[in-house]
Write a protein that binds this ligand. Structure first.
Ligand code: F3S
Length: 400
């Protein structure tokens, strides 16, 4: 693997022990994937923030990197943590967990990393443009960056994303290269999509179809006349979860899709396919037993929070209802009075975290959400049953 003189200096330890360790991680990764060189990155997003996932060993690694003088060289933000950093008591988080989570955040802060904990960094300023090389880790954000923004990133692990932050480099392989961004399967939509839940359902249908064919292809989606940012983030989370995809092309949306002709091999998604995908996640029939409602997987935009405030105004929820979003978006909600409306209806902001990474196993029986990804992890990680509903109906479920 060819390294520049600066990269060789980093590897030799001339920029300190943490940078050397980071460069060792990146050269090992580059060797595994036969990268010929490193590529400079302009933005990093790090996963592996919740103490629930990191554990003591992960925290120790972060502390060593911070003590070894590691400093972020490019704009770097974090994925959700295991709790609301400012308001963890209201979420029912225990004090030991909170202390450890705070140590994780402190280690990242010491390395000059922005401690905004969110899977939607593109909604508050970590927003790369077309063609930029970046190193992001959260699967839904990676899919969004490649497919909607047209930036270039592989799906990084926690250590490789941190290493990219501390060096400003990533090995040049996979989705950093033109030849690996070509679509291999046309997906023709023949169903109507109206809501974030439908776009999540589309991700389930396409993701499962691709997985069942044991294909490793980038799909080229046609027949979606329009899609909002909120719908696209829902689709990205779902495709990454159910199909392991880090990229798709969507005609009229993906900046580079016009460079490619739609591939001959075609998968048609009918209304029946979409309905079946949605039904497969909506396994819990009775509304009495839904005891947990959550919106914000991926983290809610201000547009979505405005909608929640409108539908909750003057009402009172009867179930635990989490609104999960990033700190910067919550600040706009505060400023606009949406937070006051939502909190007086009895819903809880769970900022910096989400219903998947927070340690809530055993606390609830059944989750209602509009997120296909949240349904997957609610069942697989926390053993909850799931109701998979359109956005507005999730709010109605909380009021029931
Ligand atoms: Fe984000 Fe948590 Fe969902 S990290 S995509 S809200 S699982």
């Amino acid at each position: 693997m060819h390294l520049t003189s600066e990269e060789r200096q980093m590897l030799a330890g001339e920029h300190g022990p943490a940078t050397r360790k980071a460069m060792e991680i990146l050269t090992a990764l580059g060797t595994i994937y036969a990268a010929e060189r490193m590529v400079p990155v302009t933005s990093v997003q790090i996963a592996g923030v919740s103490f629930d996932n990191l554990g003591e060993a992960g925290l120790e690694f972060l502390s060593e990197m911070a003590a070894g003088g590691g400093q972020a060289k490019v704009l770097t933000t974090l994925n959700p943590a295991g709790m609301d950093i400012e308001n963890w008591g209201a979420m029912g988080i225990d004090a030991d967990f909170a202390r450890n989570q705070e140590r994780v955040i402190a280690a990242y802060a010491e390395m000059g990393i922005l401690t905004t904990c969110s899977c939607t960094p593109y909604l508050f300023g970590n927003l790369p443009h077309f063609g930029e090389h970046i190193a992001w880790a959260e699967s839904s954000a990676v899919c969004y960056a490649n497919s909607v923004l047209g930036a270039r990133t592989n799906r990084e692990g926690g250590p490789s994303a941190l290493a990219a932050a501390l060096t400003g480099r990533t090995p040049c392989y996979g989705l950093h290269l033109d030849e690996n961004r070509r679509p291999g399967l046309t997906v023709q939509m023949a169903a109507s999509l109206t809501d974030t839940r439908d776009f999540g359902g589309l991700g389930v249908a396409v993701g499962r179809a691709i997985e069942s064919r044991q294909l490793k292809v980038i799909p080229y989606l046609r027949g979606v006349p329009a899609a909002t940012v909120d719908q696209l983030k829902s689709l990205c989370a779902s495709l990454a979860t159910y199909g392991g995809l880090s990229m798709f092309h969507m005609e009229g949306i993906t900046p580079e899709s016009a460079q490619f002709a739609p591939p001959d091999e075609t998968l048609v998604i009918t209304q029946r396919d979409l309905d079946e995908a949605i039904r497969s996640l909506d396994v819990f029939p009775s509304s009495e037993e839904v005891d947990f409602v959550s919106l914000g997987c991926p983290h809610l935009s201000i547009n979505e929070i405005q909608r929640v405030a409108k539908l909750l105004a003057g009402k009172h929820v009867r179930k635990t209802f989490w609104i999960t979003t990033s700190r910067p978006v919550k600040r706009i909600a505060d400023q606009m009075g949406y937070t006051a409306v939502i909190e007086s209806a009895g819903a809880v902001f769970a900022v910096d975290t989400c219903c998947v990474v927070a340690p809530i196993k055993g606390r609830f029986k059944a989750l209602a959400t509009d997120s296909a990804k949240a349904c997957y992890y609610a069942s697989a990680k926390n053993n909850f049953q799931t109701r998979f509903l359109p956005f507005d109906e999730v709010i109605e479920e909380a009021l029931r």
